[in-house]
Design a protein around this ligand. Sequence first.
Ligand code: F6P
Length: 332
Amino acid sequence: MGYINMEFKPKTIGVLTSGGDAPGMNAALRAVTRAAISNDIKVKAIYRGYKGLIDGEVKPFTTQDVSGIIQRGGTIIKSARCPEFTTKEGRQQAYETIQCEEIDALIVIGGDGSFTGGRLFAQEYNIPVVGIPGTIDNDLWGTDATIGYDTALNTIMHCVDTLRDTATSHERVFLVEVMGRDAGFLTLNAAIAAGAEAAIIPERATIIEQIEEAIGQGKRKSKNSSIVLVQEHAIEGGAQAVAKMMEETHPEFSTRVTILGHLQRGGSPSASDRILASRMGIAAVQALIEDQRNIMVGLQDDEIVYVPLSKAIKQKKDINADKWAAMQILSI
Ligand code: F6P
């Protein structure tokens, strides 16, 4: 990134958080607000994502409005999934708010669904849109990490550490269901970090024999407890379905299911997420000042990059082959 070019500076930036909340969204909102104000650009916060854009729930933000929020999980401007924004009528109403509030550029903090809507809106109404990736799933192409992913990973790891006490005391198999929508990043990385015996993820087919091998029927017969992380959509029915299979094939195992659910989305953001969100918030404002549009801010090899929104949404990020191999090696 170079120095800020003041030539194309927008007067007022609208900012919203959309889709599933993620720890660090507040830190991103703070950074957007302060970076804009320090460049003499006004900021208007739009409440409840695209819903607030349609309904005109907009509030001018000052630096004080974002004081004391860097450490807070969730999003102080609320989030929502908004089916109305997928319709032409909904987007037309949203544009009326943009005009009425004199917003001339939009920053969207969210995931792929939010970016899909933002991209369409940008094309239809010729409004510059910059995306900041905020999702625990880490499923966006073009960035090594999304805001919230690191915190969620740590939350899952701590939960699994806690479960291991009971797993070993009772000599049980714990099947732990992890979020991620269509992606297995959280599941695989949490499995490595927590020393789980197996990870079941959508990107790699796992057969029951592999799980058997991992939980003690294979190389190391001495294992008397096991933890298997199951990505929520890797198998229809999730961890409950795997438990049913296990009970049928191995009634000798004492199996329990834990669904971590929305516990994974909350909590104070990690240092890494706060720093990522702060850098990305500043970079999003800088992109608008440079007259960039329809792009997502990303991080590659610890450098800020700009990626076309179309690529971020459409291209598939694969899991790291070394990590998948590490999982197999370390679970014996
Ligand atoms: O995209 C974030 C996420 O938490 C996914 O991991 C999960 O599949 C989904 O959102 C759950 O969405 P909701 O909170 O709307 O049930």
